[in-house]
Design a protein around this ligand. Sequence first.
Ligand code: 13P
Length: 253
Amino acid sequence: MSSERHSRQQIVRFGKMLHSRGYVAATDGNLSVRLDKRHILATPTAMSKGALRPSDMVIVDFEGRRVSGRHNVSSEIAMHLLIYKLRPDVNGVVHAHPPTATGFAAAGIALDQPLVCEVVIGLGSIPLAKYGTPGTPELCETLKPLISEYDAILMSNHGVVTYADTLEHAHMKMETVEHFAQIALVTHLLGRQQPLDDEALRKLLVARSKYEGSHSAAPLPLADCYGSANGGQSRSSRRLASPDSAKTRSHSR
Ligand code: 13P
């Protein structure tokens, strides 16, 4: 866990990056960092994430009560707190609306096809959570079944949330989701997809355990275990267990 001063600067830095790349517009998005066992540092509500100052951030406890800061905290703080509660390995959370990935989320399509080897290693697949009204407990209910298993989730008709051991890695996962969504979109435009086969996937899962780019304590399965928003059925039934998934699963809960 990083110092409060550093965390404030990190949120400013990654907020600017989200804004400059068009992953958020207007006052969209929110970011947070776990400061210690009882406190979260989060972005204020209704402010551009491209123009934040370190002093704009808000510290809340695990009930979402403001401990310090002159602004009101993000309207999505309950989602951040749920992720920190369910994932002790997570110290940074990023929520944004990157256009291509959010397009998939608005079309009701999970990013759960194993089309790109690096994405299989780093994220497994990216499931689609059902729609929940922003800023309400409904939204948390839609995410709850997925948080322990995955590090990146598409939120139907809304956006994307990613989380990791550090805010920097959570931001990288957001970049990976949007980049993969762009690649997946190209395969849709080409009218053809060539998913990796089971043998290639088994080899990748072995590689994942040795790969430095994969920092997750979650199992990161290769298919959506929850189902898509438009029918509750996953389009891919492939679900290979990673060699160390049993170990990581118990570690992550
Ligand atoms: P906040 O400004 O309250 O964090 O809300 C932004 C957002 O993206 C809600 O989904």
